[in-house]
Design a protein around this ligand. Sequence first.
Ligand code: SAH
Length: 255
Amino acid sequence: MIPGCANKGGGGSVVRLDAVPELESQVSLSPMAAAALECWQARQGEIFTVVDPELSFYRARLGAFDAVGGVLLPFHRFNRPVESPVAIEVYQALPQKERFELVLQKLTEIGVTRIVPYTSSHSTTPEERDAGQKKSHRWPEVILRAARQCRRAMLPELSPVLDWDGAIYEASHADLKLMLFEGEAQLTLREALKGVNANRIALLVGPEGGFTDDEVADARKLDFLPVSLGPRILRTESAAIIGAALLQYELGDLG
Ligand code: SAH
């Protein structure tokens, strides 16, 4: 979990077994695995996705369990990893109200690692932003429900809302930094990904009002590559969902 993380997502939410389990045999949980299950608000009898030291993933039912330990019964072994080989971080200009909840849900299903909401010159007005913030207590819950439903092994990290400078600074450590830009004469996402081998990708999605010229210049200075998703102007939440899905399709595990 990063400092200031707004949910209990990230590596700390992965339930790791200490040894390769036998199916239908109980295994005891380490204190770390029990702490990871706390991130999922786990209860006895519920089923979770867990990982062994060889990075095989399992569905496992939780038996008796408390803060320091418990038991799990793995009953199904996945024949491929459940988490993506690429870490995709989506920087999303805060859209109005519940549209951000849709973004959180869909990005969780698509398998992103981190979601960073930010405000910028043309994002929601202060009033709308406040309305969004009041509901922000629901955001971790939206991610949790989506992650459980789609059987993820990790909860995506949710960052607190950052300002523009904070967001592009946070994104700047990624191996590949893409800025979704609706202007003409851009590289397409497909062109930008040709021959690329990146482990950590930042996808910057602009607000409904678009990026300002200054913001585009700031991002270029930090080596963001402006890329297009085609000739139609998408709503900010559509751009985030489509952009993340295409990245996962080209470089990750979707498809
Ligand atoms: N206000 C702008 C549109 C902004 S769309 C206008 O009317 O011209 C909101 C955000 O979605 C953009 O900042 C961009 O990040 C992304 N986006 C929308 N359509 C896109 C496209 N065709 N290609 C790349 N990014 C797009």
